[in-house]
Design a protein around this ligand. Sequence first.
Ligand code: LLP
Length: 427
Amino acid sequence: MDLFSYRNRILHCEDVALPALAEAYGTPLFVYSQNTLLHHLRQIQTAFAPVQPLVCYSLKTNPNVNLCRLMYEHGAGFDVTSAGELYRALKAGGTGHRIVFAGVGKTDAELRYGLENDIVFFNVESEGELFALGDVAKSAGKTARVALRVNPDLPPKTHAKTDTSVKGVKFGLDIDTVLEFAQRAVDHEHVRVVGLHMHLGSPILSVEPYRQGLEKGLNLIEKLRQQGHHIEYLNMGGGFGINYKKQEALPATAFAEVIVPGVQKARCKLVLEPGRFIVGNAGVLVSRVIYTKDSGGKHFVIQDAAMNDLIRPTLYDSFHRIWPVAPAPGLPAPPEDYEADMPGTRLSDVVGPVCESGDYLAKHRALPPVERGDLLATFSAGAYGMAMSSNYNSRLRAAEVLVDGAKHRLIRRRETFEDLVRPEMEI
Ligand code: LLP
């Protein structure tokens, strides 16, 4: 479900018409629906309620501190992958007892920062990390809690750049050798292995990888316990897919049906790290058409959002629905089911102003005719949109607005030219 809908042919976010927001805040503009975001968080909380999970919002997905605060206030914790993300989690009101820390390359300073804040555990991905953590914990006079992140070596399940549980990627401990490694950690004075972690990849549109991952995980937990580790947590990571195109994603209940019995069998507390599922369809990117042109037998719609605002289409060949915010009377209604060649549309490349041929939001896309000045909405842009944005071509990063019913608030202002050069030294 999302709360973006056309009313009298004008796209609204909840009760706010998007043209009014574009007028007030300019474009490109990320617009988030608070009630969509909370609805998705609640769906996960409800589906997994029988095992009372710790739902740690994966902050990398959209780190705006206002969104994080909202999630924390509604019961979520945080999955962080850097000191910067931990800083944001704390700034959003988060406290260590709802924070887990992942990532293959945590520095000593990051490990110390996590320890100082008494986080639930570190997802540890290598032997080197475990012993570095032990040293840092010793010097801090603490004992670090750890979940071993294992790579369960499953068949490919999503885009190669975001598949984290196939053999040969940098993530996790090798499932074939993890037990030998765990044996060496049994008597560590400053590290306690309390959990098992796996994040399978993102986005995942089937329950099968979770079923396969769990099977391997349960077996490992048994063996870790035999070694003498007190395993209290099973962290199944994130990865739940969303509807980018049509109704391709599964509801949270489908994942729960597979994961909940496994967790009960393992007698563990469940941790989840969802990101995209919560915030992906809670956001759209609103842009304005600057020019249209025909060249080389193609029709180009040049608008003011670019690869620096939403890099997913060019980086992962991702599909994002795009439709005019206010289609003129007589133009086709936004399709339920997105197929090429709809009557009244024309195949277009939707591109931005950045100096790269890879700068596009969509290629060969059926779009109603649009003109200079028209607004476009790129859907499902709440996850990994702003989070992966940059200043490439010295473009100012977009503003972000949060809508709640008929209210809207700016939660990140548009950058200024001064912001661009502020960290640079005058020499
Ligand atoms: N936990 C860990 C350890 C992760 O690495 C990730 C995502 C998540 C949780 C959250 O996954 P989610 O629930 O959002 O699927 N930039 C790519 C996605 C990269 C995902 C990185 N890790 C994209 O735009 O599709």
